[in-house]
Unconditional design. Structure first.
Lengths: 86, 401
């Protein structure tokens, strides 16, 4: 499933989008609750993520948004992006 | 007038992790050995460029506990470094690495080099010519305005850049500019803040904010911070594209490297100044340590009797003449956006044959370290210091034999 520009992604769309952007390499069956940080979303990848989220979804993630709780799974990250868009 | 520095059994060119292992091993094997190093200390990337982890020391395994892949020199270094830092192997994701401190590495290298009666170490010297004369190598060295000459039976090229191949006009290989593994600029920071996961994520957010506000250059996106293991000290590692002034990255070009040094320092200084002003926990931080040179991951390589391939590593292949195991995954850094790791299919190490250390058709010449005969993909594994110690040890033994 392809994420749509400027539209909040669901967790599955977000997994594909993270792969397409080359931010972290996730298996096709990576779970919505899977640990993104353990899968390689390190501090440098998080910076690329902030830039890519701003560019594609049009929202700015702030330092306070970048917590393990918000980033730990595709479901949580999709919810963060959605909350910033609403 | 060119002074004569004498005759040796083995000359080792370059005192990085591979060269120091080669020189110490050759000397221990009874060969009269000289190590030629351009800086004022040995250790190469691990000292002059502040690369602060020994990767490739341990087997890839799912079970807990780190197991040395290539006993011998690697085990000795591990033991000395752990004793100095009080830190043992750490598991990072699927990999075991040994954090190392460049200041301790300089001292350990000094002690190990000085302990060998058959070894002379010559700092502040660079090779400026190599010729083959009958059964002897004639090597010219430059030290500021002086030149000296020495002779040896065998050479180990541990230069990292295959400089012996260049002096002899022999076949070597370099990846296309756009594929070369990107360089890294590492610097030390005095910083009271703890660098845990939460801090790293927050700092990432701060740097993005600084870039957005136009207060930081976009190159800051390539930066990560890691605790040095010493109280109040942090290392920043900045991955850069290496493309300078509209020209592609070229690790052998002094202009390109000069641009890299300037850029690394500019970005590092801007970031630390920004964080000191924008993050309460960083308010008293400052840069405490510049590297002597930017860190280079890939450069010119020898073409040897065998070229180790990425497929050899993926398939964990073994060879009758293997001298060491390659255990680190292929760590691709073709962009400045972080590593892409390629693991072997079965989580098993591959062998590195002695033929990768022997340039084709040249007697009494061996190669060690990141410029051994390997393709671009395999080099992304064998370049790490843990493996360089092992290929250095093997080259030193072969050269002394």
């Amino acid at each position: 499933m392809r994420a749509t520009k400027n539209k909040a992604p669901n967790p599955t769309e977000l997994i594909d989008w993270l792969n397409d952007e080359g931010l972290v390499e996730l298996d096709w069956d990576f779970p919505e609750e899977g640990d993104l940080i353990a899968a390689g979303l390190d501090s440098m990848a998080v910076m690329q993520l902030v830039v890519a989220v701003e560019d594609f979804f049009g929202v700015e993630l702030t330092p306070d948004n970048l917590t393990r709780t918000n980033l730990e799974s595709p479901r949580k990250l999709a919810a963060l992006i959605a909350s910033k868009m609403s | 007038m060119i002074a004569d520095h004498g005759r040796f059994d083995v000359v080792v060119i370059g005192g990085g992790s591979a060269g120091m292992a080669a020189a110490i091993t050759a000397a221990r094997s009874g060969a009269r050995t000289i190590l030629i190093e351009r800086h004022g200390y040995a250790g190469g990337m691990g000292t002059a460029s502040l690369v602060h982890s020994f990767c490739g020391l341990y087997l890839l395994r799912r079970e807990p506990g780190a197991v040395i892949a290539n006993p011998g020199f690697c085990g000795e270094i591990e033991q000395r470094m752990s004793a100095a830092t009080g830190i043992g192997p750490q598991r990072m994701g699927r990999l075991d690495v040994l954090p190392q401190h460049p200041v301790e590495f300089v001292r350990i290298a000094d002690e190990m080099l000085a302990a060998e009666p058959m070894l002379e170490t010559l700092f502040h010297a660079e090779v400026c010519g190599i010729e083959r004369d009958a059964d002897e190598w004639r090597i010219s060295l430059t030290h500021r305005t002086d030149c000296t000459r020495l002779a040896s039976s065998s050479i180990v090229d541990a230069s990292g850049d295959a400089v012996v191949a260049a002096w002899l006009g022999r076949e070597c290989a370099v990846a296309p500019a756009e594929k070369l593994q990107r360089p890294a600029y590492v610097f030390g920071v005095r910083c009271a803040a703890a660098i845990d996961e939460a801090a790293r994520l927050r700092i990432s957010g701060r740097l993005c904010e600084g870039i957005r506000e136009g207060l930081l250059p976009p190159e800051a996106l390539g930066l990560t911070f890691r605790a040095s293991g010493r109280l109040g000290e942090v290392f920043g590692t900045l991955d850069l594209t290496g493309n300078m002034n509209g020209r592609d990255f070229d690790p052998l070009d002094a202009s390109c490297l000069s641009g890299l040094e300037f850029t690394g320092r500019q970005v590092a200084a801007a970031v630390v100044r920004y964080l000191a002003g924008h993050d309460a926990t960083w308010s008293d931080s400052y840069i405490s340590h510049w590297p002597a040179r930017a860190g280079i991951r890939e450069s010119r390589r020898w073409v040897g009797e065998y070229v180790l391939t990425g497929e050899d590593l993926l398939e964990s292949r073994h060879f009758d003449d293997e001298i060491a195991l390659a255990t680190w995954p292929m760590e691709m850094r073709e962009t400045a956006k972080g590593p892409k790791l390629r693991f072997p299919t079965e989580d098993l190490p591959a062998g590195i044959p002695l033929r990768c250390l022997k340039p084709a058709g040249i007697d009494r010449l061996f190669v060690a370290g990141r410029c051994i005969s390997a393709d671009h993909e395999a080099q992304a594994s064998i370049r790490v210091m843990g493996t360089c110690f092992a290929t250095g040890e093997a080259a030193g033994r072969a050269a002394a034999g």
